[in-house]
Write a protein that binds this ligand. Structure first.
Ligand SMILES: Nc1ncnc2c1ncn2[C@@H]1O[C@H](COP(=O)(O)OP(=O)(O)OP(=O)(O)O)[C@@H](O)[C@H]1O
Length: 208
């Protein structure tokens, strides 16, 4: 599924333009890094693409259709997102990964859990403990859950916003290996300031 930004402009307050004539195109399954300085508008571009915010000028194409013609739920079916600050629900770890989705292979989820080196943590706490009740998570553990959630969703487009900022070196390496395996089947869009993670991927420059 192709993604295209054509001369997209966006302002939060109607005064200052955060995105000014941003154009880029993603037309194949692979890993793409949105790059640019702090405040360049990378997260804003992702919020537009996922319809968290609207009212841009220019054109955003998702597939063959302008984004304005897509319903938010339809976009949610196509795009999975792992936020910089993951949202956790008062439920078990496993339910926080699965989020009520059905018909997706548990074997594959277990593979991801293993590949990401999170097996011991999930085995110990996954089924019984409730987040916010008898389980408190560190920033890195929340990030792992959020990453697993995005992988498990198996959507065509997977977005990761600063996914590795709290991960230890081992999990970070495993995450990169997993991405490499998935890039043939998904469009992966990542925002990262970690050159050790984003260094080798296709770059989309957001300059302000
Ligand atoms: N909800 C909001 N209301 C008003 N201004 C906002 C809002 N969110 C972001 N901005 C502003 O938009 C600009 C771009 O922010 P954005 O988060 O998109 O940048 P970024 O490239 O992702 O930055 P970073 O690399 O620091 O995460 C910043 O100047 C920020 O202050």
């Amino acid at each position: 599924m192709k993604i295209e930004f054509k001369n997209v402009c966006y302002s939060y307050n109607g005064l200052e333009e955060i995105l000014s004539n941003v154009s880029f195109s993603i037309d194949r399954n692979d890993i793409f890094c949105l790059s640019g300085r702090n405040g360049a508008g990378k997260s804003t571009a992702i919020k537009l693409l996922t319809k968290i915010i609207c009212n841009y000028t220019g054109e955003i194409l998702l597939g063959e259709k302008e984004l304005r013609l897509w319903k938010r739920e339809e976009v949610n079916d196509k795009i999975g997102i792992c936020f910089q600050e993951p949202v956790m629900y008062m439920d078990t770890l496993m339910n926080n990964i699965i989020l009520g989705q059905q018909g997706i292979s548990m074997d594959r989820l277990n593979d991801y859990i293993e590949l990401l080196d999170t097996k011991n943590f999930i085995r110990e706490h996954g089924e019984e403990h409730i987040i916010g009740k008898n389980l408190s998570l560190s920033g890195g553990q929340m990030q792992m859950i959020s990453i697993l959630r995005n992988f498990y969703s198996n959507k065509e487009i997977l977005i990761f916003d600063e996914p590795t900022s709290n991960l230890d070196v081992i999990v970070k390496e495993k995450f990169i290996q997993l991405l490499d395996e998935l890039k043939e089947r998904h469009i992966v869009i990542m925002i990262t300031h970690d050159s050790g993670v984003g260094g080798g991927y296709n770059k989309i420059w957001m300059n302000k």
